[in-house]
Structures are given as structure tokens and as C-alpha cells.
Design a protein around this ligand. Structure first.
Ligand SMILES: Nc1ncnc2c1ncn2[C@@H]1O[C@H](COP(=O)(O)OP(=O)(O)OP(=O)(O)O)[C@@H](O)[C@H]1O
Ligand SMILES: C[C@@](O)(CCO)CC(=O)[O-]
Length: 923
């Protein structure tokens, strides 16, 4: 080792020396380099100049180019302004100008209408104050005695206006299922039918009407009838009904055209001059033309229409597929199973970004809608933000419930309007809401959303989705859980071990090393336990031969008392433990087996209900090294037994009939998100603590609490009437730690007992030491929860506290010569170390500052290995208890194979293998 490294001192004691192991942050990040050109160094963007005669003819611009290029050669701005100005004026001076009064005409609105006509391929475009104002203008073309044919799945507002016309203006309205042209044809009558009002896709059931075919039929039978299409769901980017033969198309500009829900607007477009003239006249007469400011906003929104829509419909496809794959009945024309997909694909350039689905239960739908966080509960659609609604209670509430029912509008229908947020976030939020509402979902989608990449010009195609094989519906109907995977992390205690047993606050966090368990149903009346990490210990018991006469069963909801049941402990020791646990090589197994049997037996609410299963555990944690291997094992034992005893909601493979065909159950991969309810975690933690008591005698409960809840916590045990509890901590997660296993075996139970004896032998000094450790923990807690504290100060302060805490633990007799050597070795690198866990060997924890050189760390790790220790670099604060209920109906051979695979995984590959098995739910 270079001599200057030996000379290096703690940076907090002598700050200027830090340069030896620390990085110079700005240089390390390369911030001084000029990797990105500054905007001023980029060539200016130039629009195409006018074609010279010898150049090839330019192709027409694509839609997105047209949207972005607002240009009206007839109305050039006098100053060449790049953005159309807002002519916020009611009147215009002069007698011969183009404009006189804004109700009749305004340059901003005129620009907008020119732009809309261009993108709608229309001869005439008008803008009014809302989508309903657009329909009002159009229906003013009707007169008493006229007949209108309209869909039966119409927007509530449209329905309301038609009802008004029926009741007050003598217009007859026929509602039919417009997805079936055969139902329309008999209603079309020359001389009588004045208007056929269509939506496709319909709102909110996303039914498809063959606009082209219907236009054809109607015009042949009743040439004077006008086919009017509400194109709001599609926008002109995806569908241009005038090109399909419609006479008038209208659009609520409030939706996709604007895209931001910051204005109300309606658009009316047509090709026929006579209709255009009438519409222009009505708008001027009624006075509902769009205001200059809203015209400006709408023009601005249209520029990004194509790019928004691309993104939104890609995400909608992902959301629809997610729901569909999980057994919901989804209405979305992008899905292969949509009955109108073929027609829609012919009429439109994409399925759009609105979809709806049913859950089979109105209350469940309400809970799902209420539980979403990212999806705004709101009427309307088309904005950049995603919205969720229940049409029957919101946008379609104005339709009489009986009429809604007659038109097949389900009360439990949820409508989703997908925005531009990250699609994975949207799916995650929906998935969480569904689960919060009480449904567990299947694990069949390891990755649903590819990263967004915009498409240019080419026809829309659904995003490539990556799926694991979908279970067929038949399989979904029998959601048996032949296997359960469980896992729980180990922990590192930063401050307060040992003292925590006596009521002092401890601070601990989960580490990314875990205990894994696999439990499978057996049908032969045996219970078996396999501990491959403990010299491959295995035993199976005939369940009926266990000492049931010594069990006082704990009823569901009842807690275990503060002490272990001595009768049961005796019975297990004397009548259930096989002789093998007394063999030297299985010395570590005894406690683990006793804890398993104790929990298995005491959790029987009824001694007749004795589930038969096999239980195998593996750990990536060093066992008995102070990293909470026993707590993570205890958490697995508790969870599995609660599951098999049907004492937690996780036991019921949540079966919920969602609609007539599908049943869903199963789970989804959660990547550490909180998907197991806190009540379930608390229940598991209670019983994990009981298992810890069996193994440790007098544990504080900190280890199992960290293991079950994950993350980082401050934990206080309730002692002598003082209140206990836990508090989450957030500033811990990003701190890097080196854990060094001294490889010296030790026994937590004995060490805890030794410390207790010391405290008793010298109570005054003992009280001072406990007070000092309490002060250290509280100071650590305060610093870790203070968002304002500069990171460097935080890490420096924590390092000092680590050093101080270790000195007190040494005084309590919890250290070991090997731990002292690790402290010295790391101290040479200016780092602070303490024992963690019970000490007496086991592991030491060293805080690694952010700017500590990787090379220095490597040298340090090499030195530790040379000295016979095993260092691990770890992250802290990850997920707690994880559960993965495997679904299916495996053969006995397949069950056997899964256990063999589990046992056969090398320790290094175990975490990855388990993760790849499927969808884990985490606390
Ligand atoms: N994967 C496992 N399989 C079976 N038993 C285990 C497993 N991991 C831990 N144990 C049980 O836990 C015991 C180790 O507990 P001990 O408390 O001594 O160490 P630790 O939990 O790793 O450290 P600390 O309590 O200091 O955090 C083992 O002797 C064994 O009985
Ligand atoms: C030594 C101890 O404080 C921590 C063991 O990880 C014991 C306990 O709290 O249960």
C-alpha cells in the first residue's frame, strides 16, 4: 500500500486531506467538457424554399407537418409574426376592411378556420364556442317534421340536445345501433330523413360504425339527408369523415385538437358550399363564434396534435392490452378481439386514446376509480393528462338510467382517456388502484411498454408488446396456487443494536440480500422442511403424529402472548424434533426447525385443519453474521404459515368474477412497490417476531420489522411501560455501505444475554451507555430525516456517529478482535466502521462517502479479503417481504422439478432466478 494512504486521516477530522480517495466531482462528471453544442452553434432551421422549375415536384406534406405549419397566404401578418396574433378586439375601424365586428369575423379565428379546413381536407371550417354549440349550429338546419337517425351509444350532451329538439321542435329522433347498417337502412326515408348523426368509435363503448358504408346507403336512399359525424374521439389526424362521404363533420375542439383542457371550442367542417353558407349564417346570427383568445389557444394546440395523438394512442394500446390480458372486458378498437377492428382499420389511421372496460361490479369500479392517483377523475377527454371516469355517473349521467340500461350502457363501465404521461406509470397506477380496490392480478406481463419513440409518417401500428405466454381463460378459472414463493431481506443496523433490546431507539435498513422460501401443497398428510443452507437438513413429519395435545391454538385475529408457550416448546423439543438436530453438523438447524414447528402448530385455528405442504428455504445472506438471516427466515416462516393456515388475505387467491367470462386472480411483478397491504405486513411481522423469540430468546423485534417492512426505519421496543413503534426514514436509501463479514461465527442469543448481564452488573454505567446510544440514534434519525441537510455534512456526521456507536458497543462487550481489525483497516482509508447486529464476530458496516474513489474501494476490499474477511458492497432500503403465488396446475413431476431447481441454484444466481420466476408482490 502506498505510504500516503497509511497517513490518510478521517476527512471530518482533517478536511483538506480528502483528495486522496475522493473524486473531484465536476471533473468526474465531465461537466467541464463541451459534449453538447449550444443552441447558438446549431444551424438555423429553414423551411423549404419555393421549387425551382428544374427541381422535382415536392410531395404533399404529411399531416404532422401540416399541423405544425400555420400559414395562410391570404392573410399575411403585417409584421411577419411567427405566431398568429390575438386580435382581441370586438370591432374594426373603417368601412371597407375585411373585418368589422368579431361576432362576424376576426383575423385570429379566420387563421384558425383556414388551418382547420386544411387539416380536415374541408372546403369550409367554422369554429364556435363549444362542441355542443357546433351540434346546435348543425341541428338548426333541421325543421319541424324532420327525422333524425342517431346512434344508441351517444355522448350524453348530444342525447340531451336531441331530446330537446324532439320535445320542443317537432323533430323525430330514432336511436339505433349504428354498428349495424341493417338497422339504419329501414329507417332512412326519402323526404323525411333529414339527418343521420353518427359517432365512430362511439363514446363510451367504442363501438364502430361503418361510416363509409352508411354514407353510401343514406345518400342512395335519401339524397337530401345529411350525414353528420361527430369525430371528436378521433380528431382529423386519425379519421377524416368528409373523405368517407360525410356531409358535415364536427369536433369538440376542447378535446384532442386543443389537447390541454384549457379552452372550450367546437369545429364544424363541410365541403358543400350551400351547407357552408347556412352554417356561416347561423353562427353569425346566433353569435356563438369562437373568441379571439380561444382561437389563438386552439391554433396553438393543433400544432402538436399529431405528436400528442401518437403518444397517447400508443399508451392507450398498452393500457388496453394490460387490462385485456388480465381478464377485463375491454372496449378498444386497437385490440384484435374488438368486433369492429376490421372496419375501423379501414376508416381510420389508428384506434385513438380512449378506451373503456367493465369490472362486473359497480362498487368495485367506483373503488378502482377512487383509488387511482395519476388518472384524474374527470369528464371529457383528449387532454395531455390521463383521465378516468364512470360515464354513467358523469358524462352520461344526463341519460335516464332506464334508457342507459336499454342501450346497454353498463353501470360499472370505466372510461379511460390516456394522456402523454409515461405509459408504465399509468399502468402502474391503474394496477395499484385495481389491487387497492381488492383484486389481485396475474403475473403475465414482465414488460408491457416499450420506451416511447415517435413514429413519423408511417401508418400507425400497435407498439410491440412483450408478453410471457397468456394463460388461456380455462386456466384462469382455476386459480390454484400449488406453490408460493416468499422472500424477505436481511438488515443492517446503523445505530442502536443491543441497546434496542433495552428500549433504546435503533436505526436499521433492509439490505439487498434475502432469504427465499418455496412452499408447495402436498396431499399426503405430511409436512416437510428442507434447509439446504444448513448442511442440507431435511425432515418430514406425519402431521397427525405431531404433539397436537400440547397446542393451545390461536384463533384468527388473536395475538400471541408476550412469552412463548412453554408446553408447546417442551413438546416440540421432546416429541417432534428429530434426532438429527443434535448432530454437530446440524447445530444451526435446531433453532430454525423449532421455530418452524412452533409457528406451524400454534397458527392452527382448529387443530383439525392441518395443511400439508413442503417448505424449502435458501438464503443469499451470510447466516449468523449479524445481517438478520434469522429474521428474514422468520419472516418467510411466518408468511408461509399464515398463508397455508388461511389467516391472511394473501391466502385466498383472490377470486373475483369480473364479467361473465373471466375470473382474475394472480399477481404482478412489483419491483419493490408497496403492493402488500400494511395490515398483512403487520400480521406477518407479529408472527415473525414470535419465530425470532423461538430462535433468539429475547429479541427486540427490530430485525423482523425491517425484514418484513423493508426500507429504513427507526425502531423502538416497548419496554417497562414505554411506548414502542416504528418510523419510516427516507434519507438512507442512497447511502452506500460496505459490509464486511468477519467470518467469525457467533450466536445472537448468547451475545444478547451477555450484554444484558453487563448492564445488570454495572447499572449506572449501563444506563449512561444506553443514554449515549439513544442520543446517537436520535441524532442519526434527525440527520437522516432532514431534507435540508447538505449531503456531505450528513455523511460526515453519520460517519462520526458510527465511530462513537462502535466504541459503546465495544464497551458492552459486543465486539471481537476480528471486528477491531476491520475497523482499523477501514480507518486507514479514512472510513468509519462499526459492528452491526449482535457482534461477537459477524459483520461490520462501513459508510462509503459518495466521492470515495472506486479504485480505493477496490484496494480496501482486496486488503479485507487478504486478511480473511468477506466484504460486500450493498445498497440498503429495498423492499421488505415479497410474495409470489404461482398459479397453474402442475403435475407432481413439475412440482418436484421446481423444488430441485430452487435448491440447485448457485447462491450467486438465486436472486435473479427467483425474480425471473414471475410476479412478486412486495410490502
Ligand atoms: N436460510 C436459513 N435457513 C434456515 N435457518 C436459517 C436461515 N437463515 C438463518 N437461519 C437460522 O437463524 C440462525 C442465525 O441467527 P442469528 O441471529 O445468530 O444470526 P443473524 O440473524 O444472521 O444475525 P443477527 O441476529 O445478529 O442479525 C441460524 O443459526 C439458523 O437457525
Ligand atoms: C443484537 C440485536 O439488537 C440486533 C440483532 O440484529 C438483537 C435484537 O435487537 O433483537
Amino acid at each position: 500500500m502506498p505510504s500516503e494512504l497509511v497517513a490518510f486521516q478521517n476527512p471530518f477530522l482533517t478536511p483538506p486531506m480528502s483528495a486522496i480517495f475522493r473524486k473531484n466531482a465536476p471533473d468526474a462528471l465531465g461537466l467541464s467538457g463541451g459534449a453538447y453544442p449550444s443552441p447558438s452553434s446549431l444551424p438555423p432551421l429553414s423551411l423549404p424554399d419555393s421549387p425551382a422549375s428544374n427541381r422535382p415536384r415536392r410531395r404533399p406534406y404529411h399531416f404532422s407537418t401540416q399541423c405544425a405549419t400555420v400559414d395562410n397566404p391570404d392573410e399575411k401578418d403585417q409584421y411577419g409574426s411567427s405566431s398568429v396574433p390575438i386580435y382581441q378586439t370586438a370591432t374594426f375601424k373603417g368601412l371597407d376592411g375585411k373585418f368589422d365586428y368579431t361576432r362576424s369575423g376576426n383575423p385570429t379565428r379566420s387563421h384558425l378556420q383556414h388551418h382547420l379546413a386544411k387539416i380536415y381536407s374541408a372546403q369550409h371550417a367554422f369554429t364556435v364556442s363549444s362542441g355542443m354549440a357546433a351540434l346546435d349550429v348543425i341541428t338548426r338546419l333541421l325543421k319541424a317534421g324532420d327525422e333524425v337517425i342517431a346512434g344508441d351509444d351517444l355522448y350524453g350532451g348530444t342525447n340531451r340536445l336531441l331530446t330537446y329538439l324532439k320535445e320542443h321542435n317537432g323533430v323525430t329522433v330514432h336511436h339505433v345501433d349504428t354498428t349495424n347498417p341493417d338497422l339504419i337502412v329501414p329507417l332512412v326515408q326519402p323526404g323525411k330523413t333529414a339527418m343521420v348523426l353518427l359517432e365512430s368509435p362511439t363514446n363510451p363503448l367504442l363501438k364502430i360504425a361503418d361510416l363509409e358504408l352508411i354514407c353510401n346507403y343514406v345518400h342512395r336512399i335519401a339524397p337530401d339527408a345529411l350525414v353528420v359525424v361527430d369525430n371528436t374521439m378521433m380528431s382529423p389526424y386519425l379519421q377524416r369523415p368528409l373523405e368517407l362521404g360525410a356531409d358535415i363533420v364536427y369536433d369538440s375542439g376542447t378535446k384532442y385538437l386543443s389537447g390541454h383542457h384549457d379552452l372550450m371550442a367546437g369545429v364544424v367542417c363541410c365541403n358543400r358550399g350551400d351547407i357552408g353558407k347556412q352554417i356561416g349564417f347561423i353562427i353569425n346570427a346566433v353569435g356563438n363564434a369562437l373568441s379571439p383568445f380561444d382561437s389563438f389557444l386552439l391554433l396553438r394546440g393543433i400544432k402538436t396534435l399529431a405528436i400528442r395523438m401518437d403518444r397517447q394512442q400508443r399508451s392507450a394500446m398498452a393500457v388496453a392490452t394490460f387490462l385485456d390480458t388480465h381478464g377485463f372486458k375491454v372496449h378498444y378498437p386497437g385490440l384484435q378481439n374488438h368486433p369492429g377492428k376490421g372496419i375501423h382499420d379501414r376508416l381510420a389511421n389508428g384506434p385513438g386514446a380512449v378506451l373503456s372496460f367493465v369490472t362486473g361490479d359497480k362498487a368495485l369500479s367506483e373503488r378502482i376509480v377512487g383509488a387511482t392517483r395519476l388518472w384524474g377523475i374527470s369528464v371529457s377527454f383528449g387532454a395531455v393528462n390521463s383521465l378516468i371516469s364512470m360515464p354513467c355517473a358523469m358524462s352520461h349521467a344526463s341519460i335516464d338510467p332506464a334508457v342507459r340500461a336499454a342501450r346497454g350502457l353498463p353501470e360499472d363501465l370505466i372510461r379511460l382517456c390516456v394522456g402523454i404521461e409515461d405509459p408504465q406509470d399509468l399502468i402502474d397506477d391503474l394496477e395499484n388502484a385495481i389491487m387497492e380496490a381488492g383484486v389481485t392480478l396475474p403475473s403475465i406481463m414482465p414488460s408491457i411498454v416499450e420506451p416511447f419513440s415517435p413514429i413519423r409518417g408511417e401508418p400507425w401500428a400497435p407498439p410491440p408488446l412483450i408478453f410471457a405466454p397468456q394463460p388461456v381463460l380455462e386456466e384462469r378459472r382455476k386459480p390454484t396456487h400449488p406453490h408460493w414463493f416468499i422472500s424477505a431481506p436481511g438488515k443492517v443496523i446503523l445505530f442502536g443494536e443491543h441497546a434496542v433490546v433495552h428500549g433504546v431507539t435503533a436505526i436499521g435498513a433492509s439490505v439487498d440480500l434475502r432469504c427465499y422460501a418455496l412452499a408447495s401443497h402436498r396431499e399426503d398428510g405430511y409436512i416437510s422442511l428442507h434447509l439446504p443452507d444448513l448442511n442440507d437438513w431435511y425432515h418430514e413429519w406425519l402431521i397427525d403424529e405431531l404433539p397436537w395435545d400440547s397446542v393451545t391454538p390461536t384463533r384468527i385475529g388473536e395475538d400471541h402472548g408476550p412469552t412463548l408457550d412453554p408446553r408447546l416448546m417442551d413438546a416440540i423439543n421432546n416429541r417432534a424434533l428429530p434426532k438429527s438436530v443434535n448432530e454437530e453438523r446440524f447445530a444451526r438447524a435446531k433453532a430454525a426447525v423449532t421455530a418452524f414447528l412452533y409457528i406451524y402448530m400454534i397458527l392452527r385455528p382448529d387443530t383439525k385443519a392441518k395443511p400439508s405442504f413442503r417448505f424449502t428455504t435458501r438464503s443469499t445472506l451470510p447466516i449468523g453474521a449479524g445481517l438478520g438471516s434469522s429474521a428474514s427466515y422468520s419472516a418467510c416462516v411466518a408468511a408461509v404459515n399464515l398463508i397455508f393456515a388461511k389467516r391472511t388475505t394473501l391466502t385466498e387467491p383472490v377470486r373475483r368474477r369480473l364479467n361473465s367470462e373471466a375470473t382474475i386472480s394472480y399477481t404482478i411483478k412489483h419491483d419493490g412497490r408497496r403492493a402488500i397491504p400494511t395490515e398483512v405486513a403487520d400480521e406477518v411481522n407479529k408472527w415473525a417476531f414470535v419465530a425470532e423469540k423461538v430462535m433468539h430468546g429475547n429479541p427486540s423485534g427490530v430485525d423482523n420489522t425491517v425484514s418484513v417492512h423493508g426500507g429504513a426505519i427507526a425502531y423502538k421496543r416497548a419496554v417497562n411501560g414505554s411506548k414502542g413503534g416504528m418510523d419510516g426514514l427516507h434519507g438512507f436509501r442512497s447511502v452506500k455501505f460496505l459490509l464486511t463479514d468477519s467470518q467469525v461465527p457467533r450466536d445472537t442469543k448468547k451475545l444478547v444475554a451477555n450484554v444484558a448481564t453487563r448492564l445488570k452488573d454495572d447499572p449506572n454505567r449501563g444506563a449512561d451507555v444506553l443514554d449515549a446510544i439513544q442520543a446517537i440514534s436520535i441524532e442519526g434519525f434527525r440527520a437522516l430525516s432532514d431534507p435540508e441537510i447538505p449531503r456531505e455534512t450528513l455523511l460526515a456526521g453519520l460517519s462520526k456517529l458510527i465511530k462513537q456507536n462502535h466504541a459503546f458497543l465495544k464497551e458492552l462487550g459486543a465486539s471481537h478482535i476480528s471486528l477491531e481489525e476491520i475497523c482499523e483497516l477501514t480507518d486507514e482509508f479514512g472510513l468509519c466502521t462499526k459492528l452491526t447486529g449482535a457482534g461477537g464476530g459477524g459483520c461490520a458496516v462501513t459508510l462509503i462517502p459518495d466521492d470515495f474513489y472506486d479504485d480505493s474501494l477496490r484496494i480496501l476490499m482486496d486488503k479485507l479479503v487478504e486478511a480473511g474477511y468477506q466484504p460486500y458492497l450493498t445498497t440498503v432500503g429495498g423492499s421488505g417481504l415479497g410474495v409470489y403465488p404461482v398459479t397453474g396446475d402442475p403435475t407432481p413431476e413439475e412440482k418436484e422439478q421446481l423444488h430441485r431447481d430452487f435448491v440447485g441454484q448457485p447462491r450467486m444466481g438465486l436472486a435473479k432466478w427467483a425474480e425471473e420466476q414471475g410476479g412478486w408482490l412486495y410490502v
